[in-house]
Design a protein around this ligand. Structure first.
Ligand code: HEM
Length: 453
């Protein structure tokens, strides 16, 4: 239950932009949440307050406060009400569920994502690259964002559904295509407006969601009937048990929500991260040359395997530096359940709190020359000097990204395998800009020209 908050009159708000409109800063925020927050942080520092309609919103920048929100006092927070849009597709999956239900689901699913389990998906991650050898041509122009989105969806789809046994290939690809178009629907700016106007119900969306639900549940049932163990994530979800209640299993509907959550959370973020890696390499040929040197030395022309990852240190640092400059999840929103002290102020229960990897990770107090792409920031010595939560692209605490080991392994393998053969350059006249939607996509996509090495 939410505690009663302090009455409005006695609240001592920290500084922040003021608005006379009853909508507060709704439009500025909806138009470009990141640009708005960056300006607010630049003007007001470690804590700022503004309104979106009647809601009090606080932006916290300092790593100590990020740690308080995500870890130390995490039980005093729930996710922002904005998650309702996502819930329309993902139901009660890990990303959107709350409280004891979320904890139970997390306990059941966590073991599936342990590093040694994820290593089993190494081959799947690489075998999807075969199609690139056929499609990518020296000198041709591609949309790198779309290429990476297609690849990461194929990988997580294959990891989820496993080998195409029992003639389910068509069923699975229909479900994946349907899921994709619904994901596009909720990640479009139009969804934000549509969601606030109840009578603008989108019947096509609702029918699509119903169909997808049926498709996924049928796939789950066919797995259960066959009792075949393909080692897929879906098999593991079906088998998952709660160590505190070993008799309890997930229902088909719960598995469906978790499967859709893994499909969405698992492909869009990784695709965006990889797209920005290609962009940054294209702008920094000296770093790219060092990467090529590492790949030649470690792999000598053969395909990478999971056991190579510890030797691919520069590849990993390039990924880290990309996640610093372009964190796919650029802001994390929470709602306080209790009054919360921060920077000498009391944030009243019921307020929204935002922390932003993009803003904190570009703060010159923690990262000198913050705009500079410098993978050598990530040597072990430099890393050990960083305050905790100056870098948090995967969040933290109980709700830290469950797919982090999967995403890291996938990204490093893809970079190593493709980077051995391909270079990419942005098309002449291209200027990169960020488009903050659900993730931090490049505005207008990322058109690039391929060059075979
Ligand atoms: C570079 C890639 C990725 C990034 C940057 C990323 C980032 C994040 C972040 C910041 C959160 C926390 C959100 C919050 O606290 O509000 C999160 C949660 C989550 N991520 Fe990822 N993610 C990535 C890849 C993946 C992959 C590959 C999967 C699955 C295969 C995945 C599945 C999830 C799930 C299920 C959650 C919800 C966890 C929970 O609340 O218990 N993510 N991710």
């Amino acid at each position: 239950m939410q505690k009663p908050s302090l009455p409005d009159m006695v609240i001592n708000y920290p500084p922040g932009p003021k608005s006379r409109s009853p909508l507060g800063h709704l439009f500025e925020f909806a138009r470009n949440p990141l640009a708005f927050l960056v300006d607010v942080a630049a003007a007001y520092g470690d804590i700022a307050h503004f309104k979106i309609r009647k809601r009090d919103v606080y932006l916290l920048v300092h790593p100590e406060d990020v740690q308080e929100v995500l870890v130390t006092r995490q039980r005093h927070f729930v996710k922002n009400p904005g998650f309702q849009t996502i819930k329309k597709i993902l139901g009660e999956g890990l990303l959107s569920s709350e409280g004891t239900f979320h904890l139970r689901q997390r306990r059941m699913i966590q073991p599936i994502f342990h590093k040694h389990k994820v290593a089993n998906y190494g081959e799947i991650m690489l075998e999807r690259l075969v199609s690139f050898e056929k499609r990518w041509k020296d000198g041709s122009q591609i949309s790198m964002d779309q290429e990476m989105a297609r690849l990461t969806l194929e990988i997580v789809g294959k990891a989820l559904f496993g080998a195409e046994v029992g003639g389910r290939t068509d069923q699975i690809s229909t479900a994946l295509n349907d899921a994709m178009s619904l994901f596009h629907h909720i990640t479009s700016p139009a969804a934000l407006i549509r969601d606030r106007i109840p009578f603008l119900k989108d019947r096509r969306f609702e029918r699509g969601k119903e169909r997808l639900d049926i498709e996924i549940v049928e796939i789950i049932r066919s797995y259960r009937r066959e009792e075949s163990d393909t080692g897929s994530l879906l098999n593991l979800l079906i088998e998952a048990r709660d160590e505190e209640d070993p008799q309890a299993r997930m229902t088909d509907e719960q598995i469906r929500d978790e499967a859709l959550t893994l499909l969405l959370a698992g492909h869009e973020t990784t695709a965006v991260a990889l797209t920005w890696v290609w962009y940054l390499l294209s702008q920094h040929p000296e770093v790219e040359a060092e990467l090529h040197e590492e790949l030649n030395r470690v792999l000598a022309g053969r395909q990478p395997v999971v056991d190579d990852i510890p030797q691919l240190t520069l590849t990993a640092r390039i990924l880290e530096e990309t996640l610093r400059l372009y964190p796919p999840v650029y802001m994390l929103g929470r709602q306080t359940l209790e009054d919360f002290p921060a920077r000498g102020y009391i944030i009243p229960a019921g307020s929204s709190v935002i922390v932003s990897p993009f803003i904190t990770q570009r703060d010159a107090r923690f990262f000198p020359e913050p705009e500079r792409f410098n993978p050598q920031r990530w040597t072990p010595e430099n890393r050990s000097r960083l305050p905790k939560f100056a870098f948090f692209p995967f969040g933290g605490g109980q709700r830290v990204c469950i797919g982090e080991p999967f995403a890291r392994q996938e990204s490093i393998l893809i970079l190593a395998a493709l980077g051995q053969v391909w270079s990419a350059r942005t098309v002449p006249g291209y200027r990169a800009d960020v488009q903050p939607r659900v993730t931090l996509r490049p505005r207008g996509g990322m058109p690039m020209i391929l060059k075979k090495r």
